[in-house]
Design a protein around this ligand. Structure first.
Ligand code: IPM
Ligand code: MN
Length: 357
């Protein structure tokens, strides 16, 4: 099976190395072979070839069974032209691969509930899945960069647009996911203000009635949802939402788990899927060997499950991560007295060794 690796910028390089070590171990254990092809994306691609998403990256990704990405961006590229920002690489590959469905699971492990900004009893046991639409909405609507209007006043705008087919395909994914979980979808919009949200709500409501009557559906306005996530995160099973609301709510939800260094994600379409940690490139700690590789290793587990159809191997990776945490090993973000502090590569080696036990 072919996997395109996109380390990207900052800690991306270290965490992808860590994930590869674990993938190699799990492949040995379960008797399959992975062929890796490393390509450029983001700031490092701008430095090397002048664009954040080289053609070679897109063609490698399209030819692969899956893509594993680290992170992109950093202050070094803050002042490049908007059309070649590192983030454009990420948005470009999402679009090129048609990755309309972004899955961001958030579970609170017993090992880290005490690190949550919420009281442990409020978050322990929370288990939700954000299903974020990823190739539409305001991210991909018409962007009018800053310019002078007819009155000579400077203005800029971005358009939020959704079509019925776009809403239906992401909503179907959320309903189907809920059937495999606890059977509840919360659809999030701003239908009291936005026309695109009123269409979203109507289409989701109708789809549930016609095709998913067994799944429970409720609707929250995004402002209320942001509040409910901190008041009572355990009320959520699947959260279905658009691109920008999903971006914001998933960062909020990720803090509940105690560290953003633990949370994986999958981006799926009709072809190659892409897997990446939820966190960014953390330029402030890059190269120091202190980044937590767990989110990337768990993203690799999602890749094994969804794209490579290696369900047992996926579960084995997740269990190995848990076992190493259980043994008390922690990277710096999760470390406290009485535990054993390990580096990025030591964490990966421990997880790989656990798999080969
Ligand atoms: C994310 C990131 C990206 C997004 C950025 C880097 C373009 O924040 O994956 O959530 O906004 O989608
Ligand atoms: Mn984001």
């Amino acid at each position: 099976m072919k996997v395109t690796l996109l380390p990207g910028d900052g800690i991306g390089v270290e965490i992808i190395d860590a994930a590869v070590e674990v993938l190699e171990a799990v492949a040995t254990k379960f008797g399959f072979t992975l062929e890796f092809d490393k390509q450029l994306i983001g700031g490092c691609a701008i430095d090397a070839v002048g664009v954040p998403l080289p053609e070679a990256t897109v063609s490698s990704a399209k030819a692969a069974d899956a893509v594993l990405l680290g992170a992109v961006g950093g202050p070094k590229w803050d002042n490049v032209a908007p059309e070649i920002r590192p983030e454009k690489g990420l948005l470009g590959i999402r679009k090129a691969l048609g990755l309309y469905c972004n899955l961001r699971p958030m579970t609170v492990s017993n090992f880290t509930a005490h690190l949550s900004p919420l009281r442990p009893e409020q978050v322990a046991g929370a288990d939700l899945l954000i299903v974020r639409e990823l190739t539409g909405g305001i991210y991909f609507g018409k962007h009018d960069e800053a310019h002078l209007n007819a009155e000579g006043v400077e203005e800029a705008s971005d358009i939020e647009l959704y079509t019925v087919p776009e809403i239906k395909r992401i909503a179907r994914y959320a309903f189907a996911a809920a059937r495999q979980r606890r059977g509840k979808v919360t659809s999030v919009d701003k239908a009291n203000v936005l026309a695109s949200s009123r269409l979203w709500r109507r289409v989701v409501t109708q789809l549930q009635a016609e095709e998913y009557p067994d799944v429970e559906l409720n609707h929250f306005y995004v402002d209320n949802c942001a509040m409910q996530l901190v008041l009572n995160p355990k009320q959520f099973d699947v959260i279905l939402t658009n691109n920008i609301f999903g971006d914001i709510l998933s960062d909020e939800a990720s803090t509940l788990a105690g560290s953003i260094g633990l949370l994986p994600s999958a981006s799926l379409g009709d072809g190659t899927g892409m897997y990446e940690p939820i966190h960014g490139s953390a330029p402030d700690i890059a190269g120091q060997g202190i980044a937590n590789p767990t989110a990337t290793i768990l993203s690799a587990a999602m890749m094994l499950r969804y794209s490579l159809k290696q369900t047992e191997a996926a579960s084995a990776v997740e269990e190995a991560v848990n076992a190493v945490m259980e043994q008390g090993y922690r990277t710096k973000d999760l470390y406290s007295e009485g535990l054993q502090l390990v580096s990025t590569s030591e964490m990966a080696a421990l997880i790989a060794a656990e798999l080969l036990k």
